[in-house]
Design a protein around this ligand. Structure first.
Ligand code: HEM
Length: 406
């Protein structure tokens, strides 16, 4: 085995407030480069992979996502997979396809239509009730951080009184990079908790995600208990963290682009375009990784089998070859699809739910709060790499007379 050598391009400091100028510089040099867009400075050299490349153009990122023959996601087995267990995220080929078909039973469009009035709207409105009369709030702490957790817990059919217990474990699990010991404990506790619920659903079927997973069957195949509780744990980083961060990014971008904020307030039909532009301009997850399964090349750059590829969604979304004025946030631009939900066989399974949750959240805020203004207390700004979201959203507002619509 060759001794690991850290590439100099992996020691480049990352500007956590704004990594986009670095992405743009890399894109100007080519679609792919040898090195990384991640911060490896705290990883011992002995633990860093020998060959790391980063795909930064839209074309290169799209190619890596869609070429399951040359690139796979097995890297998740040694990262998030250690905390959530074996899931579709790290699978490939037929196994991925079969497993994904089974779990997607829980995300039918029929369910989505029911979830909006029955779960998402009431959850969002009850959260707004908690701060609407105060006239000020931190929309991260009081709103964006909380609503996806409450939505998921209702979708899973968890008893209301379990919410504080569940929230604590969910936060510990998604904070695995900060405290892995606590994340392992939370992972074990969630497993026992979900196993008890799976058992209950087997004896008394329910109409919720856990009930759907327990009864899902294709060609006589059913999900094992391990597959179910691992998938339920996957929903925390995949469905909860991404949604709270992306809705925070959208609100931050609108609040700091007043003309666009006013346009959306006046015409809620613009919320859909605002969601897509915020996902393009400030995706909550800028980078995911893949392994090269074989010797290959991207954009003329040879890639050795076993290399790690940073797939830089954030950079792809600002590719000047795909969008004019790509470094500007503009909800009125002609819509060209971004790649924030990935592409190919691992395309996000929750994209319709994420869009619906975010639309309802923004609609309800704009209906029930008037004259929302971001204050400059503690310099709120979007921060982080690879996960990005606002540090805080301190706002003042006046309550409107609108009552929560059912
Ligand atoms: C704005 C919010 C969201 C964004 C930006 C997002 C983004 C992504 C991305 C980039 C992937 C591919 C990861 C990879 O292959 O390395 C992914 C996969 C996935 N997402 Fe999302 N996601 C969001 C919301 C959700 C929600 C709400 C759910 C479900 C509750 C969800 C469930 C999943 C699942 C299950 C996968 C794995 C799919 C597979 O491997 O076949 N996501 N998501």
């Amino acid at each position: 085995m060759q001794s690991p050598v850290r590439d100099t391009a992996m020691d480049e400091p990352i500007d956590l407030r704004d990594p986009y100028p670095m992405f743009a510089r890399r894109r100007r040099e080519g679609g792919v480069f040898r090195g990384s867009v991640m911060d490896w400075s705290k990883t011992p050299a002995s633990m860093t992979p020998q060959n790391v490349y980063a795909a930064v153009s839209f074309e290169a990122v799209n190619r890596v996502f869609r070429d399951g023959k040359a690139f796979n996601s097995a890297i998740y087995d040694s990262t998030i997979g250690l905390f959530i267990g074996p899931t579709i995220l790290a699978m490939e080929g037929k196994a991925h396809w079969a497993h994904r078909n089974l779990v997607s039973a829980a995300f039918k469009s029929r369910s989505l239509a029911r979830w909006e009035p029955e779960i998402v709207r009431p959850v969002v409105n009850s959260l707004i009730d908690e701060f609407v009369d105060i006239g000020e709030a931190d929309l991260v702490r009081d709103f964006t951080f909380e609503f996806p957790t409450r939505v998921i817990s209702k979708l899973l059919g968890l008893p209301d009184e379990d919410l504080p217990w569940f929230r604590k474990r969910a936060v510990a699990l998604i904070s695995y990079a900060v405290d892995y010991q606590r994340a392992f404990e939370a992972s074990a506790e969630l497993k026992d908790y979900f196993l008890a619920l799976i058992d209950q659903r087997r004896s008394a079927p329910t109409e919720d995600i856990i009930g759907d997973l327990v009864s899902a069957e294709i060609d006589g195949e059913r999900l094992t208990d391990e597959a179910i509780f691992s998938f339920l744990r996957l929903l925390l980083p995949a469905g909860l963290e991404t949604t709270y961060r992306s809705s925070g990014n959208l609100l931050y971008l609108l609040l700091t682009h007043r003309d666009q904020f006013d346009a959306v307030t006046a015409d809620h039909d613009l919320i859909g375009s605002a969601i897509e532009e915020a996902l393009r301009f400030e995706t909550p997850l800028t980078t995911v990784q893949r392994f090269a399964r074989e010797d290959t090349e991207i954009d003329g750059v040879p890639i050795e089998a076993g290399s790690v590829i940073d797939v830089c969604i954030g950079s792809a979304n600002r590719d000047e070859r795909r969008w004019e004025r790509s470094e500007e946030f503009d909800i009125f631009r002609t819509r060209t699809p971004h790649i924030s939900f990935a592409a190919g066989e691992h395309t996000c399974m929750g994209l319709h739910l994420a869009r619906m949750e975010t639309r309802v959240a923004v609609e309800c805020l704009l209906t029930r709060l008037d004259d929302i203004r971001l204050t400059t207390d503690n310099d709120p700004h979007i921060h982080g790499q690879p996960f990005r979201s606002p540090t805080a959203l301190p706002v003042t507002f006046r309550p409107t007379s609108a009552q929560p619509a059912e």
